[in-house]
Design a protein around this ligand. Structure first.
Ligand code: IVH
Length: 726
């Protein structure tokens, strides 16, 4: 990819996670004014200061606030410009220049840790030519031909954050973030919650071992985390890296434990056993029980590196984690030492950064959608275009303020970006393609579905909402789709098309009537009707197979566990994450209705916002009607079987609970297992089926690991109670 300063101007504050769009926009236009052919030293000096200030701010936002205001690619462009400037005027290089720094200084809210050996960053290459140039420079640092004899390790550049793990005699004693490379933050307690990082190593281990690697959040968990944050109406993370960094730097390890962080090793610091190559080091790490990527490739010469990068680029969107390039490292550790490092990065490695995937397409329209909670969201309808492995024709524009900030008009050619596996995003218009026929978007003042006047929920909200919660067809439709979704009652036949048919035929006024659907009602829609031939002259309307199946599925959904009904009720902020915890304390809707605000907010993991939300939900008449009608239909009694017992999800299993499980005392956790037909034990043996390892789990966890007994963490406990071993 050619580095193009116009990226900076075009894309503006494109990042979904942009925390201060306006501020960034003004910084960018200020930047435009100074992007000129400045050749003399004074101008160079001014530009150097501007770039240094900008990059320092962006670094702070990225590393410390976990809220970048500029896409990575634009950061790289600015850094490149600074590097070029410094190569032209070496007298501008100071130890404070962003080109000389590895990251931000360590945050003072965690204990500072001086790393046993310095943690460096990587230099970047943006094209294969730049990789070849690096290879040329690197070859000159060693004997002729020696580099290719050593070979290269090619591996994924994981978009996470670097950590340093220190093991003494095989025991994890400390873990720290990279910080400024010399001093990082002590995040040992949080690192201990990451299940793939062993607290004790296997086999013959060196006295002291320093392992470097990347903590990351797998994409599936990133999406789930953002869903639950959105459920809580909290700001979602911009990308998996920020989510991982934010999660690792939480003050409460119990919360970090719920985030399902993962880790892959990518190097060694101190190591007291002789190792000749990086490949060999990785083999040792695996034998000691540390995770190493299975996509590490040993290339015998530089030419073998390129097909690897190309293949990785092709596979990138199918991987379960976000990567932003490939890293190429000299395999021989002796040669690495010989080649050394600059203040910032080793000379023996280079990061090849994938180009961002940006395309242009036509913005055909901006429409608005009404969501389950009535939020009215403008979205872009575009000419379908292939980007990063999938065809995109729609992208959210979030709200009217965002539309104005992006400056897009209907009819514009727009730039669409998909960085990695993240949601496609309209960056902005290609202004020079305008014909004059483009139209500005007007945010409607009334609901496009039911005509109610839109309003902010509270003063100053950027979002507008349709207040007709009970009967707005769009909201009823979205609630029904949610009710049938896999996270709620899992009713396969209640997909979008079926719900559309049910709502448009007026079969239900709201979800209170969903269990009253009958063959007769379904037959009022052509979607559920087919013609049965009685004889050659006459036919009668009968249910389609889908219609029949839907009735059967509705019948069996009536006995789903209570936690699923809790999700199905569309109570604000109650999603599949917290519902099992609530259901574990209140086994049915009557018990929940009786619960006081204090009791509810006292449950760990629930808190006052959710408690308020539950209480106020019960205060609405038509919500009460849902409860009444569902009970009348025999639904929502699922947790209790006919005999009044909880569903025996753990029958036949012997379970050991160790450490603390949020929301449960040790007795309560054991009782919850017993009440679901499981057996509990206070010690781990070969007869144990499963260990639930909460915060502070110790020797029982080690024994379970040695015996190879399945282990789940405390955040999975609620799901275990709900659905048994999945
Ligand atoms: S090696 C001295 N290998 O990229 C070598 N780093 O942009 C430094 N990263 O700070 C690290 N994947 O956080 C290495 N396979 C990989 C990596 C990797 C991601 C990160 C790491 C580093 C940053 C530099």
């Amino acid at each position: 990819m050619e580095v193009n300063p116009s990226h900076v101007r075009l894309s503006g504050c494109g990042s979904r996670g942009c925390a201060s769009g306006e501020a960034h926009k003004s910084r960018i236009s200020w930047l435009n004014e100074s992007v000129t052919q400045e050749s003399d030293f004074v101008h160079g000096q001014t530009r150097h200061r501007e770039l240094s200030d900008l990059l320092t701010t962006y670094r702070w936002e990225y590393y410390v606030l976990d809220a970048p205001t500029i896409p990575d690619v634009d950061f790289d462009v600015l850094m490149r410009e600074l590097e070029h400037l410094e190569s032209e005027y070496p007298q501008l290089v100071t130890p404070h220049s962003p080109t000389q720094q590895v990251g931000p200084p360590a945050d003072t809210s965690f204990e500072s840790v001086t790393h046993p050996s310095i943690m460096l960053s990587l230099d970047n290459a943006f094209s294969f030519d730049e990789v070849r140039s690096w290879h040329g420079r690197a070859s000159n640092l060693v004997d002729d031909g020696a580099l290719d004899e050593s070979g290269f390790i090619s591996e994924m550049k994981i978009d996470g954050l670097a950590v340093d793990l220190v093991y003494h005699n095989g025991l994890l004693v400390r873990a720290a973030t990279r910080g400024d490379g010399r001093v990082g933050e002590d995040v040992t307690a949080n690192i201990r919650t990451i299940s793939v990082i062993p607290s004790r190593l296997n086999g013959d281990v060196p006295g002291t071992l320093e392992v470097r690697g990347e903590v990351y959040l797998p994409l599936e968990d990133f999406h789930q985390l953002n869903e639950s944050l959105e459920e809580l109406e909290k700001k979602p993370f911009a990308n998996p890296r920020n989510a991982a960094a934010g999660s690792l730097r939480l003050k409460d390890p119990k919360v970090t434990a719920t985030r399902r962080l993962s880790f892959l090793s990518h190097g060694l610091g101190l190591c007291e056993v002789p190792v000749a190559t990086l490949g060999e080091a990785y083999e040792h790490l695996v034998s000691w029980g540390l995770p190493v990527s299975d996509r590490v490739y040993v290339a015998h010469n530089i030419d073998e590196v390129f097909p690897y990068i190309e293949q990785l680029g092709e596979d990138r969107h199918r991987l379960p984690l976000e990567i932003d390039g490939a890293v190429i490292k000299v395999n021989s550790l002796a040669m690495q030492t010989q080649m050394g490092a600059t203040t910032r990065a080793p000379r023996w490695a280079i990061a090849y950064k994938f180009p961002p995937v940006e395309v242009t397409t036509k913005l055909l329209d901006i429409r608005v959608g009404v969501g389950r909670t009535g939020r009215v969201t403008p979205y872009a309808v575009m000419e379908p275009v292939k980007v990063a492995g999938s065809t995109v024709e729609m992208a959210t524009l979030h709200n009217a303020v965002e539309v104005a900030r992006k400056g897009v008009l209907i009819g514009d050619t727009v730039i669409l970006r998909k960085a990695g596996d993240v949601i496609p995003e309209v960056l902005g218009p290609v202004v020079q393609n305008r014909t004059g026929g483009e139209k500005a978007f007007q945010m409607p003042t009334t609901c496009p579905e039911c005509g109610s006047t839109l309003a902010e929920e509270k003063q100053g909200d950027v979002d507008l909402r349709c207040p007709n919660q009970r009967s707005c067809p769009a909201q009823v439709r979205e609630r029904l789709i949610h009710l049938g979704s896999r996270q709620a009652l899992d009713i396969e036949g209640l997909g979008e098309k079926a719900v559309d048919a049910i709502v448009s035929a007026g079969m239900v006024v709201d979800e209170s009537e969903i269990f009253d659907l009958s063959a007769e009602k379904l037959l009022s829609s052509p979607f559920f009707t087919k013609k049965d031939i009685v004889n050659k002259d006459s036919t009668i309307p009968v249910l389609t197979t889908n219609g029949e199946k839907l009735l059967e599925q509705l019948q069996s959904a009536k006995t789903r566990p209570f936690a699923r009904f809790l999700v199905a009720l569309s109570i604000r902020h109650i999603g599949k994450g917290v519902a099992p915890t609530i259901a574990a304390h209140y086994p049915d809707i009557d018990a929940l209705e009786e619960a006081s605000l204090e009791d509810l907010s006292g449950i760990e993991g629930v808190g006052s916002i959710l408690a308020e939300s539950i209480r106020s939900w019960f205060e609405v008449d038509w919500h009460q009607n849902i409860v009444h009608r569902w009970k009348q239909a025999g639904a929502m009694v699922a947790s209790a079987t006919e005999s009044g017992q909880l569903e025996q999800t753990l029958a036949g299993l012997t379970i050991v609970v160790t450490g603390s499980v949020p929301g449960f005392s040790r007795d309560a956790a054991n009782e919850a297992v017993l009440a679901r037909g499981g057996k509990t034990s206070s010690s781990v043996s070969k007869n144990t089926d499963l260990v639930v390892a909460g915060e502070g789990a110790g020797s029982k966890l080690d024994k379970a690991t040695t015996l190879g007994i399945p282990i789940i963490n405390s955040s999975e406990f609620a799901q275990l109670l709900d659905s048994g071993l999945w």
